[in-house]
Design a protein around this ligand. Structure first.
Ligand code: NAP
Length: 231
């Protein structure tokens, strides 16, 4: 592909898997909360950045740092995000702020700051990592779902505002095993998302994957719900 790609939250989990897959023939700009988070930094042609986005001012500092390293950007993957699961009545105030800051505010602000760099590319693309939680109604995920639904709707409008200039895609994924699941839950693996990302950004204009839903064939939402009649 030979693209200049920035991935946020790329030190582990989905972002790391995306970086691994795309590192072969692209120039990467990888972000995490701290440079030391990159345990495996044997990537070629890659710059590493450490900026903790819980301090929202660091988003602008990261964008400036990135603009000092490259004169253009082909792909921005807004992957950074965290999950806190709790009944809303028990939710800690600081966790509400954390989720909204990292999953929503930081992504919007970084996108705004990097649009000028993306517009220097002949074929720029922004990809948002949302979640099926934006569309499901899973107990305990109220705040997380709100941030992911926010990203989904933001991306819908941005896609229209930037039409013909920057393509905008959103990935909605069911659970992904980024925590060494030992219960064999019906969830995906990070490589599933990495391959999806590769597919999305390798498609030629004017084709656009606007929004994609990724599931596991055995999860209850796609198969048999607890209240489904016997077949
Ligand atoms: N895993 C799932 O089931 C799933 C499903 C659907 C969607 N998603 C979404 O996919 C994205 C990646 O999820 P994941 O499960 O791969 O996450 P993960 O394994 O927990 O990795 C999170 C990444 O974000 C970075 N990060 C965390 N806090 C940060 C902060 N304060 N400032 C800057 N960077 C920070 C981490 O860097 P450090 O190593 O420095 O902390 C790490 O690189 C998220 O947006 C998530 O909501 C996940």
């Amino acid at each position: 592909m030979n693209k200049k790609i920035c991935i946020t939250g790329a030190s582990k989990g989905i972002g790391f898997s995306e970086a691994k897959l795309l590192s072969k023939n692209n120039e990467l700009f990888l972000h995490a909360s701290n440079k030391a988070s990159f345990k495996d930094n044997a990537f070629e042609n890659t710059s590493f950045f450490g900026y903790d986005f819980t301090n929202i001012n660091n988003v602008s500092l990261f964008a400036k740092d990135l603009a000092n390293k490259t004169t253009s950007l082909d792909v921005l993957v807004n992957n950074v995000g965290v999950m806190v699961i709790e009944n809303f009545t028990n939710f800690k105030d600081e966790d509400i702020s954390k989720l909204i800051t990292l999953n929503l505010h930081a992504q919007l602000l970084l996108t705004k700051k990097l649009i000028p760099l993306l517009l220097k590319s002949k074929d720029p693309h922004i990809v948002f990592m949302s979640s099926m939680s934006a569309k499901n109604r899973i107990i305990g995920e109220s705040v997380y779902a709100a941030t992911k639904a926010g990203i989904m709707q933001f991306a819908h409008v941005l896609r229209n505002e930037l039409a013909g200039k920057i393509r905008v895609s959103t990935i909605h994924s069911w659970g992904v095993n980024t925590w060494n699941d030992t219960e064999s839950a019906p969830i995906l693996i990070p490589e599933n998302i990495a391959k999806t990302l590769e597919f999305i950004i390798s498609q030629e204009r004017p084709f656009l994957v606007e929004s994609i839903e990724l599931g596991h064939e055995n999860h209850w939402n796609g198969a048999k719900a607890p209240w489904s009649p016997e077949v």
